[in-house]
Structure formats: structure tokens, C-alpha cells
Ligand binder design. Structure first.
Ligand SMILES: Nc1ncnc2c1ncn2[C@@H]1O[C@H](COP(=O)(O)OP(=O)(O)OP(=O)(O)O)[C@@H](O)[C@H]1O
Ligand SMILES: [Mg+2]
Length: 232
């Protein structure tokens, strides 16, 4: 579904991603693991057209997408949940979801009820303003908003970050439910344990370079990679 081939991405003159390649097949949950500053967010932003790569190719369902703006990619079926959870603090949960809804073009259909079935906590908070939700609830709302756009591929940037262990578990369960309905997910994570629980395959990025790729089992068994690039 997603093929990233040898991309180089810059912020101004700073060269950040070097020849990054990865692929995500339909129905897979693929994890991009790396420490602080490794290049995870930049990779997702490159895919989503926020910081387009200067070199390399990105294909989504076989179509070349480098140079297309984020809103066009969203229309093509990409959902993006940035690390800074983009919700509207002055709108209620219900309003946040309603304005995120998109006319589905033959894709799997998400509506409020379906989103609430996945995140029951949000149903209870329906009339509450986004800004009054807890950190965990805001993360759920950010993911819920992305789902309302009926994505085929969901890009999730560190959804577990800053959450208490109990909430991490809850969010993991929800991601596993998305996996069970075969939504395709590219997940950027620092939390190796979460990543290993959720993913089919992993890539490890460090200093803008992909240093490892393999199955979850391969990574579990590869202590050297984990120690060198992930500090676990
Ligand atoms: N807007 C920016 N302008 C210049 N440099 C940036 C910008 N954003 C990130 N960088 C640099 O790009 C590199 C990769 O950052 P990136 O945010 O992709 O890492 P990350 O793996 O997502 O890290 P984190 O775990 O902190 O989210 C870092 O060296 C960072 O300092
Ligand atoms: Mg990041």
C-alpha cells in the first residue's frame, strides 16, 4: 500500500533523512522505532506531504505521491495523527468528530457510533470540550478524528507518549482492534515494548538512516540493534 524508496528530506539546509526506504502492505501494522531526534516524525511528515522529500519516491496504492499536498493525500485515503494531537480545544468531543467526518469515496465507513464503540470513554465525554479532556482522552480523540476521515492507511506519531502505563495498555488494545479490522497502520514509536506488542514488522531509524528492518521476532532476538539504537 505504501512504498517509500530512498527518500532524502531536509529542513532548510539541514539534511535529516538519508536514503530512507520502507514499505507497508495492506492490513499490516508496521512500526518505525527510534530514539529522540532519530527522524521518525520527519519520515511521517515526508509521507504525508508536510515536509516533502527532495529526492526519492513515495507510492501510495501504486501512485506516485511526492509533491502532493497533505489535504490531497487525506482525500486519497491517508489519515495522519501528529505527535501534538491536533484537536480543537474549544469544540466538544462531538463537534471535533463531526467536522472531521469526510464523505467516504467507497472506503470503509466510520461514523460517530463506530468511533464511540472503539473508544467508549469518548461517548461519555461527548458534550465536553476537547481542551477539558485528559491527555489520554485527547489522544483517543485525535485518533478518532483521523478515523472519521475513513483512512485506508493511518500514520500514528507516538500515540503512547506521555501516557501512564494503564492508559498505554488501553490504547494498545484499541490499536489492536484497528489491526483486527485490518486497517493498515504505520506507527512511529519510541516505546519498544508497545511496538513489539502491536506490530507485524519493524524498522529502526537512527540519525536519519534505517539501521534495521525485520519481523518483530527478528528484533526481539537482535540484542545488538536494540542496545545500539534503542537503548533497551
Ligand atoms: N522544524 C525543524 N527544523 C529543523 N530541524 C528539525 C525540525 N524538526 C526536527 N528537526 C531535526 O530533525 C531531526 C529529526 O527529528 P524528528 O522530529 O524527525 O525526530 P523523531 O524521531 O520524531 O524524535 P522524537 O522522538 O523527539 O519525536 C532532529 O535532529 C531534529 O532536531
Ligand atoms: Mg517525533
Amino acid at each position: 500500500m505504501l512504498e517509500v524508496e530512498g527518500i532524502h528530506t531536509y529542513y532548510g539546509l539541514s539534511h535529516i533523512l538519508f536514503d530512507v526506504s520502507l514499505r507497508v502492505e495492506a492490513g499490516e501494522v508496521v512500526c518505525l522505532l527510534g530514539r529522540n531526534g532519530a527522524g521518525k516524525t520527519t519520515t511521517l511528515k515526508s509521507v504525508m506531504g508536510v515536509t516533502p522529500p527532495k529526492r526519492g519516491r513515495i507510492r501510495f496504492n501504486g501512485e506516485e505521491i511526492v509533491g502532493r499536498p497533505p489535504h490531497v493525500l487525506a482525500q486519497m485515503g491517508m489519515g495522519y495523527v501528529p505527535d501534538d494531537r491536533r484537536i480543537f480545544p474549544d469544540l466538544t468531543v462531538r463537534e471535533n468528530l463531526e467536522i472531521a467526518a469526510k464523505d467516504p469515496a467507497g472506503h470503509r465507513q466510520w461514523d460517530r457510533d463506530r468511533v464511540y464503540a472503539l473508544f467508549p470513554a469518548l461517548r461519555e465525554k461527548e458534550p465536553v470540550k476537547g481542551g477539558h479532556l485528559s491527555g489520554g482522552e485527547q489522544k483517543m480523540l485525535a485518533i478518532a478524528r483521523a478515523l472519521m476521515g475513513n483512512p485506508e492507511l493511518l500514520l500514528l506519531d507516538e500515540p503512547m507518549e506521555g501516557l501512564a502505563p494503564l492508559l498505554v495498555r488501553a490504547l494498545e488494545e484499541q490499536v489492536l482492534k484497528l489491526k483486527a479490522i485490518s486497517l493498515t497502520v504505520l506507527l512511529a514509536e519510541q516505546n519498544v515494548h508497545s511496538a513489539l506488542r502491536l506490530s507485524d514488522r519493524c524498522y529502526v531509524i537512527d540519525d536519519g538512516h534505517i539501521r534495521f528492518q525485520g519481523s518483530v521476532l527478528d528484533l526481539k532476538e537482535n540484542e545488538e540493534v536494540r542496545r545500539r539504537y534503542l537503548l533497551v
